[in-house]
Design a protein around this ligand. Structure first.
Ligand code: AMP
Ligand code: MG
Length: 451
């Protein structure tokens, strides 16, 4: 059997960041910068006022006090806007607005609140130090400065900064385009009326959502029947337009396992028994240069395989260097067993140990429900995958083990539900107030979560 690490290494060695391209800011949102961005301009690009008030020469208001204000003639207004204001003559003031260019000769701005707000002349009640309320050109960014390094994830602040330095089309790694293809003659699309022996295709939806959460642009193909020609046709129909394909089902040793049948020996695709639970049968390789992930059909196996193998690959394709799920060490709150020679990934809820537990804060992990590879409720209720090493078969309460945090790449999803699509009639179902998450309820074996 192949180890989990060997399988992942093989995958990461075969996938590469998507080819850099310049993209408009809206498209660049959520992508990773493919090259350093250096400023060609200064930011601010000209000296300007940080306040609404009066531009003055500091020396002219040096003697101003509350009791004996300095009165200066106001020679005009400078609103924010294009143009170069006339130089400020000594002994005068000019009304200036926030963001407006500072006139040559002025070296301080007196805020409106320190004056009588006069239009013809202004009484200044406090002295202003040189430079007061002036935003100097280049104070934030100087020309030539590194604004954002390659590898940066472009979020809202980065978009704002790119726009501010007038970069309209930054170089990015485009989001990988991923086709998600579920196989199974028993599958029907969600919302259909089910006949005997039919089941809803949940994998293509779950995997498509996971791929979107990982920052991919997804095309979903549902329920390709277990016929070699149909599968081959569906696959070749998308290969030219995508950066990766994720299939589910049809990778076991049974008859009708079409994915394995069609892809064995195609390109560099190989099917391995990976020493893990859930998700033992795994296929991976390149077909016409496109990485194909052939995941097992059981819904939990498919999603756990996605987290362990596909998400890291998609992160690499997006141009990120940190590819793994966030990992913490937890205390096991329920005794567990694990098969010898396989790495187990147990769906767990996490809780902080209370006052009556061991000293100090520690995160306690307990199974989030039944661990069969068809039991999705426990995955939906889990916050992490507890990792039980290959050589461990008995895990006593109190053991310390790593756990991989679930929850997707925050901020990577850009295609959420639009307001117009929200169907209120779907949202008033009573979910049971105060639903017990199973965590923190005593020290006995945790109850499976009934949903
Ligand atoms: P397979 O790997 O194709 O033998 O599938 C293993 C199990 O997962 C079977 O019980 C399938 O019915 C189920 N399964 C396969 N594909 C899907 C899917 N897309 N959605 C839900 N269940 C599936
Ligand atoms: Mg099948």
């Amino acid at each position: 059997m192949t180890t989990v690490d060997e399988h992942l290494e093989r995958i990461l060695a075969e996938v590469a960041p998507t080819r850099p391209r310049r993209a408009g800011l809206e498209q660049a949102h959520g992508c990773v910068l493919a090259a350093d961005v250096r400023a060609t301009v200064a930011l601010p690009s000209f000296d300007n006022s940080a306040m609404d008030g009066y531009a003055v020469r500091a020396a002219d208001v040096a003697a101003a006090t509350e009791d004996a204000p300095t009165v200066l003639p106001v020679v005009g207004d400078i609103p924010a806007g294009p143009g170069t204001p006339a130089p400020l003559e000594p002994g005068t003031a000019v009304r200036i607005m926030t963001g407006a260019p500072l006139p040559r000769g002025a070296d301080a701005v007196v805020q409106l609140e320190w004056t009588d707000g006069g239009r013809e002349s202004v009484a200044v009640r406090r002295p202003a130090a040189r430079g007061l309320h002036i935003r100097r050109a280049g104070e934030d960014v100087t020309p030539g400065a590194l604004v954002l390094p390659a590898g940066t994830v472009i979020g809202s602040a980065q978009i704002g900064l790119l726009a501010a330095v007038n970069v309209a089309r930054p170089p990015v790694h485009p989001r990988p385009r991923v086709a998600v293809l579920s196989t199974g003659t028993e599958l029907v699309e969600v919302g259909s009326r089910l006949g005997a022996g039919q089941i809803v295709d949940s994998n293509s939806h779950g995997i498509a959502a996971a791929a979107r959460e990982a920052g991919a642009v997804v095309r979903r193909l549902t329920g390709v029947p277990d016929e070699p020609d149909a599968f081959a046709k569906a696959l070749h129909g998308v290969l030219g337009d995508v950066d990766a394909v994720v299939t589910t089902g049809g990778v076991s040793v049974g008859a009708y396992d079409v994915v394995k049948e069609v892809l064995t020996g195609t390109g560099s695709v190989r099917f391995d028994q990976v020493a893990m639970q859930p998700g033992k049968p795994q296929g991976f390789g390149l077909v016409e240069g496109v990485p194909i992930f052939a995941l097992p059909g059981n819904p939990v196996s498919a999603l756990v395989s996605f987290e362990l193998f596909v998400r890291p690959a998609l992160r690499r394709m997006r141009g990120l260097t940190a590819t793994g799920l966030p990992r913490i060490v937890v205390t096991v709150g329920t005794a567990l067993r694990s098969p010898s020679g396989r790495r187990s990934f147990v769906r767990v809820g996490l809780d902080r140990l209370g006052e009556n537990g061991r000293p100090g804060p520690a995160t306690v992990a307990r199974p989030a429900g039944g661990q069969g590879s068809h039991q999705l409720t426990s995955l939906a209720g889990a916050q992490a995958l507890l990792v039980i090493p290959e050589d461990v078969t008995e895990v006593p309460v109190g053991s310390r083990l790593p756990a991989l945090l679930l929850g997707g790449d925050a901020g990577a999803v850009l295609s959420g539900l639009g307001w117009a699509e929200t169907d209120r009639s779907d949202t008033d179902t009573d979910t049971g107030a105060g639903a017990d998450t199973g965590a923190g309820a005593g020290t006995g074996p945790s109850e499976p979560i009934a949903r």
